[in-house]
Design a protein around this ligand. Sequence first.
Ligand code: DX5
Ligand code: ZN
Length: 213
Amino acid sequence: MLQIAPSILSADFAHLAQDIEKVAGAADLLHLDIMDGRFVPNITMGPMVVEAVRKATDLPLDVHMMIVEPDRYVSEFRKAGADMISVHVEACPHLERTVGLIHEVGALAGVAINPATPVEVLVDILPELDYVLVMSVNPGFGGQAFWPRALDKLRRVVSLRGDRARPLIEVDGGINAETAPQAREAGAEILVAGSYVFGATDPVERIKILRRD
Ligand code: DX5
Ligand code: ZN
């Protein structure tokens, strides 16, 4: 079943609770982008903001960690309210250990892959993952254009997964009315959308468009 995860990166941070309220009845998950100014050029939010968001909604929180040494913060983000935690394969020299840590603290574990990282790097860790996050932009900023070759990567994750039900396949970056059907067709089951949802006067309408068959 398709899940829509609005990314609050494009929400109004001065009125975060109100923006979250707008999508509460229409979204399946809320996507939170954690950036440290090292793994990616931008700096966004830490566990304190995640904790504040946790108090503002019952939606499951999908925390996307774009930081170096994510192991150091997994437990803090879980305590702050993260239900799903993804780390970047490019930031994890001991990925199997990191995934184990995420499970140990009781969250679902995802691995995110940058555009230039081949999905095949996940072949041996795949059975341990709850979801794979295919980046369809270079991470760091909202509002970038969808990278079309992500579609082929999505198809390759589907084929690596074979007949198993997990990992679920999430896509993040440049998702809108035009790219969502393409990503779904290629196998994406969780669509992250930031600017397309929160950049609109009616975010619920935008979520409905993403769900449209
Ligand atoms: C980019 C983030 C995305 C971002 C997507 O580094 O991981 O989650 O919010 O924004 P849009 O949907 O505007 O591309
Ligand atoms: Zn993200």
